[in-house]
Design a protein around this ligand. Sequence first.
Ligand SMILES: *Cc1c(COP(=O)(O)O)cnc(C)c1O
Length: 427
Amino acid sequence: MSAKSFEVRGGNLFVEGVSCVELVEKFGSPLYVYSIKALKDNINSYRKAFSKANFGVRFLYAVKANNNLTILKLIARENFGADVFSDGELYMALLAGFDRNYILFNGNSKSDEEIRMGIEAGVPFSVDSLDELKTISRIADELGREVRIAFRINPDISPDTHPKIATGLKTSKFGIPWEEVIDAYKLAVNSPGVKVAGIHCHIGSQITDVSPFVEAVKRMFEVAREIEKLGVELEFLDMGGGLGIDYEGKGAPTPSDFAEKIVPAYENGLSTIKSEPELWLEPGRSIIGNTAVLLTRVNSVKRAYKNFVAVDAGFNLLIRPAMYDAYHKVAVANKMDKREEEVYTIVGPICESGDVLARDRRLPKVEKGDIIAVFDVGAYGFSMSSQYNGRRRCAEVLVDGERAYTIRERERYSDLIANQLIPTDLF
Ligand SMILES: *Cc1c(COP(=O)(O)O)cnc(C)c1O
């Protein structure tokens, strides 16, 4: 009953009831492998963490973390809403069956076409600028629609995370500057086609300290008190996502640690306003991050400046180490019971020096043909992949107990030239 999502049996790494060696034999390498159990556990722990709140709570999964359609459908079926950041993510969220009342259309640079698509779909918007407000108002009015909106506000909070994923700083490109928030709401209240429904913020990602979130809750209620004076009845306060996960084994707050601090802060806030907005949260990484491993086969081992292990997956499939200096645990999936005796640097096949998946890791003796497992790659893994260097994207597999389902096939060579046209005049 208490089977783990990832565990070692007979020296091999297993995802639920299936060994990684078997998975690679059957589906090829490289391979993204997801555990359905891990996903359900994460969803349940969010739900449980907030079950005691005496106000409404709604979870909107951040689609950009992982937009595989099967995964989206699994999450939609748990009554989650979705946070989408583009027309394409809106398209996928609608296809997956998320309730459109709870698909929040985010984004700091929406085109008029995207705005029209969102309005026609009837989803609420997080508005990032006054230009966007005017466009929404104009198109909604034209279409005879009323659009529920929140402003994305910039609360000017600096969480301790990588600068590339801190989004609530004064200097950030996201959100309405703190000093201008109330004026923006005044304008919105008087705009046709627009109904002010909420307030939105998102302070960053991979945040492992809960206190900046508590600070953000307080700021949101400061805004709530002011805009209620404009006669607004608030339907939701959306605190965004950003809860970090434990990549390095150094610990990270769980949804329940998070709820323990956020719920009282929110209750406090509610006692200072008239309306009873739901709390909306937009977790991405903390829902899907720890549910997957990337399996990648060793092509060669070379003693050079370092002990290099060259594998068949690189930053084309997992860009986080190259882009954010991110740390992912690694293991030799077929040698889990062997003593760790050497230090290795795991590099990919891409023609760039920055193509390093993991630096200076102590592992059992690695040989050609071994399978390296890279952990916690469910979020911002496949969704940030590319075909750089003419590399086809790999398959994705979902494991449920003893069963493994292909949820995305490996790309074909023809996918590398999809949509290209060759002007016949030139040849
Ligand atoms: C990226 C993003 C999220 C999700 O962030 P995580 O760190 O993956 O939880 C939520 N909301 C918005 C607006 C985002 O841009």
